[in-house]
Design a protein around this ligand. Sequence first.
Ligand code: ATP
Ligand code: MG
Length: 566
Amino acid sequence: MKETTNNTAEDKKRNFIEQIIEEDIQNNKNEAKVHTRFPPEPNGYLHIGHAKSICLNFGLGKNYKGKTNLRFDDTNPEKEETEYVESIKTDIQWLGFDWNEQVLFTSDYFEQLYEMAVTIIQKGNAYVCELSAEELSTQRGTPTQPGQESPYRNRSVEENLDLFERMRNGEFENGKMMLRAKIDMTSPNMHMRDPIMYRIRHVEHHRTGNQWCIYPMYDFAHGQSDYIEGITHSVCTLEFEIHRPLYDWFLDQVADESKVRPQQIEFARLNLNYTVMSKRKLLQLVQENHVSGWDDPRMPTISGLRRRGYTPESIRNFAETVGVARRNGVSDVALLEYSIRENLNKRSARVMAVLDPVKLVIENYPEDKTETVRTENNPEEETPTYRELPFDRELYIERADFMENPPRKFFRLGIDREVRLKSAYIIKCVGVEKDSDGNITLIRCTYDQDSLSGSGTEASKRKVKGTLHWVSVKHAINAEVRLYDRLFSDESPDSNKEKDFKEFINPNSLEIRKECKLEPSLATALVGDKVQFQRLGYFCVDTDSAPNALIFNRTVPLRDSWSKKK
Ligand code: ATP
Ligand code: MG
């Protein structure tokens, strides 16, 4: 059984994790099985970095015809909540992945983990220690100085078993005792200096309630849970490389040769510029109301990106493009934006929306006439489809598409100049009206009645420099449009040691336009629908939207305008 890869894995260059896996399959290691897991801690919403890890772990499971578990690493009862569990499941499914059988929780293994700890005590390799947190930290030494052995290190197995059981039974208060692995206080690897395995926490757990008052530490629980589940390749981020000897040490204590022995493999975490990705910092943004919630469209969370209008395909493609690296680096958010633009270009209809409207009247167009003009939905479609738009005497155009005294290279509308109205006629400006403050209130035009797009006449083929989008005044629907920019104005907001990352929040990251005018076909747009507003960008219907109070989010402008702004 050697050819377990599918075409996609064969066609492209393998990353180093795929190379390891394929070698293991060749060698029939673990009977050539591949079983990965994604182990989030339910203490926040998932972000784009997690999406990378999800695509990697679930992708490996899928491509090598293996399995991928979803396991909640819920060993830290103070910070964890069921709300986060639900959001994480939603996000993984939305990204297009399915976990193996049911959702798993480290807390399901609390009893087994406890028994494994007892085994380690019985082997003489773990002890109950009563040092205080401060004593523990001084006694641990530094990377250049060896640590000191705890005075409790040489307790007898019987005494340790008795105390550990009493810890479990709730006889001691928080911090009074802990269970430590007995490894090596002089190890150059600080993680091997008798690390803590269990601590006492008299707190309620979101799943096990008050059943436990001792909780296992991540390093102990993680590898043992991998082992319990028969995980073959335990993929994690680089910061765990230095924990690997401990991961292996814990496995050595309990592993049965006849069972799968998980291998920890580290890769570089995904970092993005112009944002922060630590859950602690994202939580701060939410709690201090810098954003409207975890799913604020400016957040790098999966729920924020979804609400912003990102598609699962665009995120999966982005994850594929950034690849799997062994060294940490920073990816450019422009790459993520490129990936959504490319996806939306193919799938979204081009529609007309005027975000900063000014009225235009065609003086030689009959007052009571409305005609319908035909327009193509999406030039990317293989078989073109069309829709109809009402056209009449009064229209809205963008204020920025008109200038009274335009420079020569301004190819939009000016007095005595001609432009084409998209899918309709060529018009010429003959004058303007202004209010007492000098603001233009009306643009007066005439039209060439033979110039209708697609009508086949000579005039319809006439070339003019500019084409503008427009919406009929009588038929327009009102909408609110939210324009987003990057949440931070600095490329790496959290790497400045003197300043708090929040000082770099972009004050103009959200601009709300309440008086936008849309073509009537958008009246039935539903939450999540995605369209291109011609010449403006890709937009989607926001979750706050309602049938008579439409709200659109700008996902991305048509082009990367950021570089020009600097
Ligand atoms: P925190 O942000 O609080 O440090 P975390 O991001 O490590 O926490 P977990 O819930 O433990 O949060 O992460 C689940 C999985 O996602 C882990 O396997 C972790 O390695 C991976 N992961 C987290 N952040 C990234 C990232 N930026 N790039 C790739 N993988 C990531
Ligand atoms: Mg983590």
